[in-house]
Design a protein around this ligand. Structure first.
Ligand code: SAH
Ligand code: SF4
Length: 451
């Protein structure tokens, strides 16, 4: 998962909504679950008559959605909060709200450290937020049916949405703070998820990503034996949906049934996000990941057998306590042999309260940096080679951005594609013939008519 910063707006047309003259601003950092929560908050506020604005200075309510998965993210949130002290002093009527993983179980401490914040609410605890905003209490009934929206305002294509299907995580990876901040796994019922997707598709969404920290644990805590494979089949059946993805999967739960469903279903995209974290079994054991490198390799192999042309992404942590040069080399080797399309690499950051934070953070910063660079360089060469092989191929692209005279979109395999074309392509799907490649994206031209 990535650390991006975005302003979120709902997918529906603001013109259909009331305008109460008030403005909101949302700043988001962290995983896609945060982006989904921010979109939900934006959707609620817009339904109540608020409109989005692009700066804190013009907002009546400012919401910061925080992340604590690494120290760097936490520092950015603190910086942003401190930068708002002056704004709050000048405009005491402005409401300042903090949510996200920084808040869980920390409200008292945070209230002392950031006394200028008006409300702290736990991630996905929308009831507390509703109670705080007077206009939201009148909307009680509608809000229950409001889906989670996601759209990047820079693009405003309104065709892609995130749908959380399971909250929390039952694993206890030794480095990870998520279970402490997001609690135990709670799956949403299948019927609720399907009706939310139907609702989104009616509003113009073509591409849905199902979300969870361990998305493939969906259903384990529900009555009956339905699992992610069954849910994928149900969501695939939603009339009008064109693309279906899910993240993030845990290797241990990546059963054949899920891979077979992916291979079978027309909407399921040929893309898999399967974090390995390390390519050495001793390190994996100390990370408490509960699987071996072989299991991960086997799952990727099986997925590729079932879906030729599948693209694969993974997450890696470098510089975990005790990670030797040899153990790190194993990670490089595994990644070289697996030839993935994308590798998200992070330097280990001790998180207070987790098991590994009690162990010495003994890999020096310069070694962590060197390992980070080594993974990135190796991946740069792999991606360059893989993309070069795609030259001349045709891919289906859903466009969701326009920047510097170029349309941007994603293939079903999640490859970033840029196109220059005089027709309006935002929100449109088109077949693209690849004419140029780089390690990070490909360029191409539209074949036939956009749809
Ligand atoms: N549930 C997902 C990932 C959740 S956290 C999984 O099991 O893979 C998102 C990513 O942040 C992780 O994949 C990991 O690579 C990174 N991460 C989590 N904790 C970290 C820490 N303490 N230091 C560095 N990176 C971390
Ligand atoms: Fe964190 Fe591990 Fe749960 Fe992923 S599976 S959220 S890394 S504890």
């Amino acid at each position: 998962m990535t650390s991006r910063v975005q302003v979120i707006q709902p997918t529906f047309a603001p013109s259909r909504l009331p305008d109460n003259g008030k403005r909101f601003y949302i700043w988001t950092i962290g995983c896609q679950m945060n982006e989904a929560d921010s979109s939900r908050v934006a959707a609620m506020l817009m339904e109540a008559g608020y409109r989005a604005t692009d700066s804190e200075a013009t907002a009546d309510i400012v919401i910061l959605n925080s992340c604590v998965v690494r120290q760097a993210a936490e520092d950015k949130v603190a910086g942003r909060l401190n930068a708002l002290i002056r704004e709050k002093r000048q405009r005491p009527d402005m409401s300042l709200v903090l949510t996200g993983c920084m808040v869980t179980n920390q409200q008292e401490k945070l209230a002392q450290r950031f006394p200028h914040v008006d409300l702290f609410f736990d991630p996905s605890d929308f009831d507390t937020f509703k109670a705080f905003v007077p206009e939201l209490s009148d909307l009680e009934d509608d809000l229950e049916t409001l889906p989670h929206y996601y759209v990047d305002t820079a693009t405003d294509a309104r065709v892609s949405a995130y749908v959380p299907i399971i909250y929390g995580c039952n694993f206890l990876c030794s480095y990870c703070i998520v279970p402490y901040r997001r609690g135990k796994e709670r799956s949403r019922p299948m019927a609720e998820i399907v009706s939310e997707v139907e609702h989104l598709v009616q509003r113009g969404v073509r591409d849905v990503t199902l979300l969870g920290q361990t998305v493939n644990a969906w259903g384990h805590d529900l009555d009956g034996d339905a699992g992610l494979a069954d849910l994928l089949r149900a969501v695939d059946g939603v009339e009008g949906l064109e693309r279906l993805r899910f993240l993030t999967s845990h290797p241990k739960y990546m059963g054949d049934d899920i891979l077979e469903a992916m291979a079978d279903l027309p909407t399921a995209c040929e893309h898999l996000n399967l974090p390995v974290q390390a390519g050495n079994n001793d390190v994996l054991k100390r990370m408490r990941r509960t699987y071996t490198v072989d299991l991960w390799v086997d799952r990727i192999q099986k997925a590729r057998e079932l879906m030729p042309g599948l693209t694969v992404a993974t997450d890696i942590i470098v510089g975990f306590p005790g990670e030797t040069d040899e153990q790190f080399d194993d990670t490089l080797t595994v990644l070289r042999e697996a030839e993935l399309d994308k590798v998200h690499v992070a330097m280990y950051s001790p998180r207070p309260g987790t098991l590994s934070a009690r162990w010495e953070d003994d890999v020096p910063a310069d070694v962590k940096h060197a390992r980070h660079t080594a993974v990135e360089q190796q991946q740069h060469d792999i991606s360059e080679r893989l993309n070069q092989k795609r030259l001349g191929e045709s891919v289906e692209v859903l466009f969701d951005s326009f920047n510097k005279g170029r349309w941007g979109g994603r293939s079903r395999g999640n490859t970033l594609v840029h196109v220059e074309d005089s027709r309006p392509l935002l929100g449109k799907m088109a077949d693209i013939r690849i004419t140029e490649t780089t390690p990070w994206y490909v360029m191409g031209s539209v074949v036939g008519d956009p749809r």
